[in-house]
Design a protein around this ligand. Sequence first.
Ligand code: ATP
Ligand code: MG
Length: 555
Amino acid sequence: MDKKVRSEAAETQTASNFIHNIIDKDLETQKYGDRVYTRFPPEPNGYLHIGHAKSICLNFSTAQKYGGKCNLRYDDTNPIKEDMEYVDSIEEDVKWLGFQWDKRLWASDYFDKMYEAAVDLIKKGKAFVCDLNAEQIREYRGTLKEPGKESPYRNRSIEENLALFEEMRDGKYADGEKVLRAKIDMASPNINLRDPVIYRIAHTSHHNTGDKWCIYPMYDFAHPIEDAIEGITHSICTLEFEDHRPLYEWVLHALGWWEAPPQQIEFARLNLTNTVMSKRYLKAMVEDGTVESWDDPRMPTIAGLRRRGYTPEAVRDFCERIGVSKANSLVDIALLEHCVREDLKSKVQSRNVVENPIKIVLTNYPEDKTEELEIENNKEVPEMGSRKVPFSRELYVDGEDFMEVPVKKYFRLFPGNEVRFKGAYFITCNEVIKNEDGSIKELHCTYDPETKSGSGFEGRKVKGTIHWVDARTAVKIKIRQYDYLMIEDENGENIINPNSLKEIEAYAEPAVAGAEPGERFQFFRHGYYIADTKLSTDTEKVFNRIVDLKSSWKK
Ligand code: ATP
Ligand code: MG
């Protein structure tokens, strides 16, 4: 099947998972009628990473599968500093992955509604203002083995609570002096239900609401209300929130405002080998200069993957293959690499590029002659045609393709051996010419005109085929080779890899000079590469190695 068709099909024929099973049942019982409404709720405090991609794919493709809708909602109930850079990057990333939100919303737009909800809980005798400080609240909370102790402020009258809460809102108290708590059960085996704090005082400006508020709702109180206001049916989150689900349900039930309140469903977050996935940690690496930027091609951010050369199709395919489950696990990063190789192999053209070049002089080839040889662009996809590649007396081959003293089973170039120069001729290495310091200056070789590629020559066979670049027209390019940012030290501890970036120079066939920023190629026998969108100029092309050709992925 054509690649494009397959990726489009993937969007509509998402494989089933346990979340879809829940939705199927809800549709059967008409719990939400025919509605399936999800949301992706990032906190705009950093760039999104590959873990978020899993959540994005899950939320958006679930909505797609059921003809439903998915909102993009910024979870900005914390008065964090506005950073439009993050907001813009989030939108770019979601769109790049191929999804379109129904509505773009800000949780802070619901502050009035949340305040109203808090007042309603107080009126219902289900919330109270508490004067204990944070440390006391922690002490009173108890442990997993011991029940908590009720706050001495728990039995304040409704009137007193309403008045105090209003004073909190009006700025009468300092940060931490009072909080609003839900009145649930200090003996609950679930500590989240032991009268959790639902509103706190923070005299901090908010990027959206300015100084309108000096009290802010806590996540566990705010989130179910945000979902309910938007008519979300299935609120999908990661497993850490499983213990918070009873509180999510309590808030919605205690308010009783919504006929068919949303339900929270948890799935296991993505963990990847050699990868840290925490915005806070990634931010620190940007700030301390461990990496160049949020979109450094080594970063597991979506922006980093994009600049590295990953395609949205490959990332979506990866998210599809890892599936959705309730059990935490660690996914091998080799699977992600496998997905991008699979996607690119039939999409990109091949080019000849040599690293650690060794010069070849064909002593029996005319000095002033240049041939234009026709070389196929993609061996697996004949429709991708061919290109003309110059060939003349002086060429370069890859440093890896010559050994002065060959090891066993080495079929490439060595003195006395004949190999095929791909798309050209059979070449025999006759003599190694050295510099004064003993290093190799050039190899003197001869070509056999009878053996021209495509001529049907069957006289003899050679075992090695190597690629080459014409010396006179070669383009010098810079290649950035990446290794994992995180590796394990000898004790199995994750450490930052000090050698995650290696820059080398290479020679490329002339067609590479015209590469547009963002254009991808296979560099024959090396791997997949993309012309970097930030560093490439008209005069110097810089390529990121997306992935090499060898797969270490095993099912
Ligand atoms: P981080 O800890 O990296 O900052 P977060 O969970 O705080 O991540 P949010 O912006 O709050 O980041 O997350 C938005 C959504 O993405 C949430 O629904 C969250 O569950 C989901 N998400 C975050 N990390 C992962 C992950 N590794 N795998 C799957 N989903 C994730
Ligand atoms: Mg978060």
